[in-house]
Design a protein around this ligand. Structure first.
Ligand code: CTP
Length: 474
């Protein structure tokens, strides 16, 4: 028999001693299991989420533990799942009774029976998540590792404790979790497992969109999101979850003219941007910036391949995609839409950086001008070093020009220097169409550079506009 390994260092927090004593008094065997143990062994820093499994009632154990803690924190009980949670400032504890589970094919709701620790470890997703630490007095800190999870941690492998088809079919979310852990930890998914994911990909449809999106967020937040996105593509999961992206795959050739593969390009853009920003929504914008290209793609004998209006259509598609995936339909979505809509603008103006084009860009991008520039810089995926250098230099010029123009013209949070009330007052008007026409003309004149962004020039301009419309000053 293998000699037991101990890992008491993971159990330094006083809470573990308390749980151990309470379990001992109740005559129940308890263990720390899952992500906390995995992350400790990987030196990922102490996780604040701690899962406790006990051979008995998790709810009873939680209640007794809470009684022993300072301030006696509240226990949240989830009767249907047989789990209980205690939240303190520094940790979140989840208690569950050891279970033997079998899932029915048609739903994610398992038929649950009480079980031993081994039964419970068996039903977990991956060997690296089935590692448990004993909280028994006599074996405190012993590592219980029936599936060689420690070896898999060392060899950087994602493997299921049971036959992979069973593990994934039991809970299809695990297919995404496998890819997510592989991306976050830079682990390889064992090949039988990868085949099983591909075979079971269709089962992802029974999983709630919120849980799918959570995993997508985590993949996108990783250092190199393309690793996960490539696996999603390879296993056919991406086709089901984000068909807008897989539609970008492929290169067509007509009359010797080819366009780039916009799917692989997109993955490069996402990796590029992930080197410069942790902003999740900017990473989403990078992922979606070209989705309008599939439905707008055309071949024209004179112009070659075109994607006219892809930015506008793409930004509309963002709404439908966010709605479908139950992503927030709030300012974050609007930000992603804005980035997609404006994603080509800095490229267009980079060849000839005029003040008026820069003013219009600042006006449209508003507070998100920096993020837009970051996206455009990430969008450079040419393999030609000269071109790459030239494009980056052009954007540098655009960035400098943005600062210069903004310092002078204050367009960023544009407030019309002449208000609607002033226009009404000047010409003795009631609210009417003319006021909008004059206001718009003033804004256009400022952006174009015909007049300065100040009251004096705008007031004079307003008088001229009123005259042209046949209005008389009061
Ligand atoms: N688990 C599982 N199948 C799932 C979800 C979770 O078997 N679909 C088990 C795993 O043993 C996992 C534990 O429940 O380690 C806790 O799950 P969770 O808190 O969701 O994940 P962690 O592994 O802690 O990792 P992370 O916090 O990064 O999601």
């Amino acid at each position: 028999m293998q000699e037991a390994q101990f890992c008491t260092k993971a159990l330094e927090h006083p809470i573990f001693k308390t749980i151990s004593e309470v379990s001992n008094n109740l005559g129940m065997d308890s263990y720390v299991i899952g992500g906390y143990v995995r992350d400790h062994l990987l030196n990922r820093g102490e996780s604040k989420d701690i899962d406790i499994v006990t051979v008995g009632s998790g709810i009873q154990l939680a209640k007794e533990v809470a009684n022993r803690l300072p301030g006696q924190p509240k226990v949240s009980i989830f009767k249907n799942y047989g789990t209980a949670m205690i939240s303190t400032d520094s940790i979140e504890l989840e208690f569950v009774g050891a279970r033997k589970e079998s899932y029915r094919m048609e739903s994610r709701n398992p038929a649950v029976e009480n079980g031993t620790l081994e039964d419970d470890q068996n039903r977990r997703d991956f060997t690296i998540n089935a590692l448990a630490l004993s909280l028994q007095k006599e074996s405190y800190g012993a590592l219980l590792d029936p599936f060689k999870g420690l070896d898999d941690l060392k060899n950087k492998i994602i493997r299921t404790p049971m036959e992979p088809d069973l593990t994934y079919s039991d809970d299809p979310l695990r297919m995404l979790r496998a890819i997510r852990f592989s991306t976050q930890l830079n682990f390889k998914i064992e090949s039988d497992s990868l085949d099983a994911i591909t075979r079971n990909a269709d089962r992802i449809k029974i999983i709630s969109k919120e849980r799918i999106s959570d995993e997508l967020h985590k993949i996108l937040a990783a250092n190199k999101p393309s690793s996960g996105l490539t696996l999603l593509e390879k296993t056919n999961l991406l086709e089901i979850i984000l068909p807008e992206l897989t539609s970008l795959k492929g290169v067509e050739d007509i009359e010797g003219q080819r366009h780039k593969d916009n799917f692989w390009h997109t993955l490069e853009v996402v990796d590029n941007i992930s080197k410069t920003t942790d902003d999740l929504w900017l990473r989403w914008a990078a992922l979606l910036h070209d989705i309008g290209k599939a439905p707008t793609k055309k071949f024209d004998t004179n112009q070659g391949w075109t994607f006219h209006g892809h930015e506008f259509l793409g930004s509309k598609m963002v709404y439908r995609l966010f709605k479908r995936l139950k992503l927030p339909l709030n300012d974050r979505m609007k930000f992603v839409q804005k980035m997609v809509l404006l994603s080509s603008r800095p490229i267009v103006i980079a060849t000839e950086v005029t003040d008026s084009a820069v003013r219009r860009l600042i006006f449209d991008a508003g507070d998100h001008i920096d993020e837009l520039m970051t996206l455009c810089e990430a969008d450079i995926t040419t393999k030609n070093p000269n071109k790459q250098k030239k494009y980056l230099e052009n954007f540098k010029i655009v960035r400098e020009k943005i600062i210069e123009v903004e310092e002078r013209d204050h367009i960023r949070n544009f407030q019309p220097p002449v208000t609607g009330e002033m226009i009404m007052e000047t010409f003795g008007l009631k609210p009417s169409r003319e006021i909008g026409v004059i206001k718009d003309a003033i804004k256009e004149a400022i952006l174009e550079g015909t007049i300065k962004n100040d009251f004096k020039e705008a007031y004079q301009f307003m008088l001229q506009q009123g005259e042209q419309l046949g209005l008389k000053k009061k």
